[in-house]
Design a protein around this ligand. Sequence first.
Ligand code: DOR
Length: 431
Amino acid sequence: MARVWIRGGRVLDPASGWDGPADVVLEDGRIAAVAPGLAPEGAEVFDASGCWVAPGLVDLHAHLREPGQEYKEDIASGGRAAVAGGFTTVACMANTDPVNDDPSVTDYILDRARQDSPARVRPIAAATKGLKGEVMTEMVALGQAGAVAFSDDGKTIMDSGVQRRVLEYSRLADKPVIVHAEDRTLVRDGVVNEGPVSTRLGLPGNPAAAEAVHVARDLLLAELTGAHLHVAHVSTAAAVGLLREARARGIHVTAEATPHHLTLTDEAALGFDTNTKMAPPLRSRADVRACREGLADGTIDAIATDHAPHAVHEKEVEFTAAPPGVIGFETALAVVLELVREGALTPLQLVAALTWNPARILRLPAGRLERGAPGDVVVVDPAARWLYDPAKGFSKSRNSPWAGRTLEGRALATFVAGRLVYHADRGVLAP
Ligand code: DOR
């Protein structure tokens, strides 16, 4: 029976509200105890002094590209990158090839994950067949196969009648519907935020209203159906305002923001770097501020990476032709620690947005350090400074806007089911 004693750290457990010194003991794959001054017998000691000890991070929005696009990423490489970033659970989007719109694909993903991934993988199934926005998937069967939510992410369901039915049926499966809120008729060929930056670059703009229009529609449909709506990668002040008002009215809606939308503006695209191209695009300074405020006041619940690997040859093309998306597992923690350093969030709020809140959105038994809970823990060195080189990372792809930057804070060690699966000095240790 393996017993691990994570000793002397600052424990941050948002579920219980604990922020203070304590030891954590893992046993039989689970959390056995959390309290100051423990001294378990026969335990392997992990010295966490000077570090934060938190529940393993939960990413409710990532793209692992398997099946079908393994040259960008696969479940094994994505799982390694995840634990290297401190993530112990990742939910993967359905825009694979074939699309995860059938229980056989959900089964396949879970099977690969069990064999290949050091992180726990939870599939998100498509809401409509082939992500076409026309015919609903068999949501109850997909839920029974292990899907934790439904989403056509990457695409928007433009037909409001279809979206209404998706929301209604999601209630039978008791799972959230995650929406990619971008009205295609407003986005058109827009590739950067519409405003001074799109004008200077001479590139087609994607207006903030494209997001807000869609969020407004879906909030009305969530109210109509009583379903749990989750808005992915919120990027605009207008959407944050709509979400705040909807929550006040009691609509069952949750939301996430990404590290990039919380820290970068559209000005990052001024050099035509395609690693600053994503959907939705990076927005204005006022939008970034509003997303941060939304996170601080609970309008936005979670931080999700939207880890979206693309190969070098796909990104090394003109801006309009490059696929949108950036990788994020290995940089997320360092990037969002900036919000704590700047006083926008408390450490406990930040950890909640990365653990307990996303776990609750997906109804997962994760994200907390309670006795009996899964032994998923991250030890964070919040002050470590390190140079990020995607070529030395665990993802197969390199499309990061933070390449070559010195970052502050990182996962020192990641435990999954009571086992050390990653250590910053030793790399990924399992499976
Ligand atoms: O930037 C993005 N990339 N946004 C999405 O919604 C899809 C994702 C991808 O799959 O590459």
